[in-house]
Write a protein that binds this ligand. Structure first.
Ligand SMILES: [Fe+2]
Length: 332
């Protein structure tokens, strides 16, 4: 239902009062928890109220009117973001919404949730509502991330500045694309392994930032401390109800296929399959990110380095799957 125009905000009021949203984010039949406005002749016009169910017809009508942005009050941003998060699975599975739009929403929501988990809630408490949000994020997004169009559209949004939380999110994205090419990988396995990929470097939240961001070579003592991060990660997560596959990704992602890794020196297929996928994606994302000690290289260069200089580190069958999913998504 279209409501009568309300009072336009005065030019003297603090800005921004509204933020733009794509009409595609108006779902079918779900009750909104915020108001939606149109912008007409320089004024904001109330379109739907909090109690309204946002129907497909709203979206279609707006599309027919040529409307490409609607507006939400900045003071209702939290309600809007909770609404997206609550209904993320329905949104990501909705094939009537363009994949680019779903990718953007996934990327912006997941970045916020994972950043909060890594940067603000750790290392003191990995549990509670923030962990529930992380787990729900993984459960809501693995089906979407299993589609090659999704990797294509999400990878365009990936920034190449290294931050631990962003790196973990990227590894989750790449790893889920690889897991979904494997037989016998049902949705529960995607969730368990995806969570492992997302949390794999959580132990770095206990490493001194000066060491993490050090531009030069680490001293022996700093390196010894850095090598503790898988154990820190397992300790941080010890109070969470994680599956064995998930814990394995945290604890063993620095094992090498030739046995030269840490902390256990596992060799070959003794390293669990889920972990071998995380290891390949971990190195690929690190190489393609600007780190304190080395600039980012292109995806093609990263894959060449991994093949020519690091082949002993990986299960090369997994490496080939990474090349396949990246080329399928037109990343390389
Ligand atoms: Fe790591």
């Amino acid at each position: 239902m279209l409501y009568a125009p309300n009072r336009a905000p005065s030019a003297k009021e603090p800005k921004p009062l509204f933020f733009p949203v794509s009409p595609f984010l108006l779902f079918s039949g779900i009750q909104a928890t915020f108001r939606v406005y149109l912008r007409q002749n320089g004024k904001y016009v109330l379109y739907t109220r909090e109690e309204d169910r946002l129907q497909d017809t709203h979206r279609q009508k707006l599309f027919d009117m040529g409307v490409r942005s609607v507006y939400v009050l900045s003071e209702q941003k939290e309600a809007y973001e909770s609404y997206l998060e609550e209904h993320l699975d329905a949104f990501l599975d909705n094939e009537t919404i363009p994949s680019e739009q779903r990718a953007e929403t996934f990327h912006s929501l997941s970045s916020g949730i994972v950043e909060e988990f890594f940067e603000h809630r750790l290392p003191t408490n990995a549990g509670g509502p923030i962990y529930d949000r992380v787990q729900k994020l993984v459960r809501s997004s693995v089906r979407f991330l299993s589609k090659s169009d999704s990797l294509r559209d999400v990878s365009r949004l990936i920034t190449h500045t290294y931050k631990t939380y962003a790196h973990c999110l990227h590894v989750f994205i790449y790893a889920t694309a690889i897991y979904s090419t494997m037989s016998g990988m049902d949705e529960e396995a995607l969730v368990r392994n995806g969570l492992g990929a997302l949390l794999h470097d959580i132990g770095k939240t206990r490493i001194d930032k000066a060491v993490l961001d050090k531009p030069g070579k680490l001293t022996d003592a700093e390196w010894a401390g850095m090598r503790q991060h898988p154990m820190h990660g397992a300790a941080i997560c010890s109070n969470l109800p994680l599956a064995g596959d998930t814990i394995n990704c945290i604890l063993f992602h620095h094992e090498r296929f030739d046995g030269g890794g840490y902390p256990a020196g596992l060799v070959g297929e003794a390293i669990p399959l889920a972990v071998r996928v995380v290891t390949v994606c971990d190195v690929y994302d690190a190489l393609t990110s600007d780190r304190a000690y080395a600039p980012a290289v292109t995806p093609f260069e990263a894959l060449s380095i991994m093949r020519d200089q690091m082949a002993d580190h990986f299960d090369m069958e997994i490496y080939r799957r990474l090349v396949l999913v990246l080329s399928g998504a037109k990343v390389v």
